[in-house]
Design a protein. Structure first.
Length: 330
């Protein structure tokens, strides 16, 4: 162990203590001076890392980014055909959970596109490298700059552009993409990275890299809890794709993540949530859009009732010191 001290009024004041075991290459020391180093130490103590569930990689090499420019077309949004086209998004057109393709313009090497695509056959014939292969896989696509926003491409129809990061589905048929999406978009993950990598700040945000993402610490998370997060991800995506409010479910995921990471503190405050979330339904692929929305509305009506244990716990959770810090309430 060694101590972190600061000088004040000609005195050395101890700020915190750091275990030498926590020093790992490339030996970034900026997090030693975080005001919340005690929380960072506790998160770092968890046994798993995000890369155990899916490896984050740079999506696009510089040479591929420039080569891709020659293939870009701008079409009407309703003309997209997944058999003929692949969509393109970059950092500017990634939102939390879903892409902004067709709804916000993409600036790519100086030009703007509202609904950018490439000819699928031409792209795959020209990009026979790993970039081409991973572009047509299911994946999570992560903003490379400022905010930790991640969206999902479940069908392998989106090419990730310049300055993005990706996590592709593994080869075991055991997809963790939605589970990882819930963690990446949580307030806790952004808090951890901003405090751990304070020297990588960019425009009041962070310039993200693969090591930051791959080394996000995770507690052991049981399968039923993973499934609960995945069901909520489906709710959020369905709501957002229909231009409906998903704020309650987004906050619910944050609350679940707090319980998973700060289990004892949450129990002590009597604001557990997961035990009340075992029975709400999963959206089925063969359901109509209307049926899915009706199911979501029923769940929302029950859980958001101020008297329901989930809503009571979510409000009470704001008294937990760790949650207050991450939520910016302290």
């Amino acid at each position: 162990m060694f101590d972190i001290v600061k000088f004040k009024d000609n005195e050395c004041l101890k700020v915190s203590s750091i275990s030498k075991k926590k020093l790992k290459e490339p030996y970034a020391f900026d997090w030693f001076f975080s005001n919340h180093i005690d929380i960072i130490n506790r998160l770092e103590a968890y046994p798993k890392r995000l890369s155990e569930y899916g490896t984050c990689e740079n999506a696009c090499a510089t040479s591929d980014a420039y080569k891709l420019k020659d293939f870009l077309l701008d079409i009407s949004k309703d003309k997209f055909d997944p058999k003929k086209h692949l969509k393109i998004i970059n950092t500017g057109t990634i939102d939390k959970y879903i892409p902004r393709w067709g709804n916000a313009p993409m600036t790519y090497l100086g030009d703007k596109y509202l609904a950018p695509v490439v000819n699928k056959k031409m792209f795959l014939n020209s990009f026979t490298n790993t970039y081409g292969i991973k572009s047509v896989k299911p994946k999570v696509i992560i903003k490379g700059l400022t905010l930790l926003d991640a969206c999902i491409d479940e069908n392998g129809i989106i090419i990730p552009g310049k300055t993005t990061l990706i996590i592709t589905e593994n080869n075991q048929g055991n997809s963790n993409l939605k589970f990882l999406l819930s963690l990446l978009n949580s307030k806790l993950s952004l808090f951890y990275i901003k405090e751990k990598y304070r020297g990588s700040s960019y425009n009041e945000g962070i310039n993200f890299n693969v090591d930051m993402i791959n080394n996000i610490p995770l507690p052991v998370i049981e399968l039923p809890n993973k499934r609960t997060l995945e069901k909520l991800i489906d709710f959020i995506i369905q709501q957002k794709n229909n231009a409906r409010d998903a704020v309650f479910f987004i906050k619910l995921i944050d609350a679940i993540v707090y319980e998973l990471y700060f289990t004892q503190a949450i129990k002590s405050a009597h604001c557990e949530i997961l035990k009340y979330l075992n029975s709400f339904p999963r959206l089925k692929d063969d359901w109509s859009n209307k049926k899915k929305l009706v199911s979501i509305d029923k769940v929302y009506k029950v859980l958001s009732d101020p008297k329901h244990p989930v809503s009571v716990a979510m409000e009470k959770m704001k008294t937990v010191p760790e949650v207050r810090i991450i939520e910016g309430l302290s």
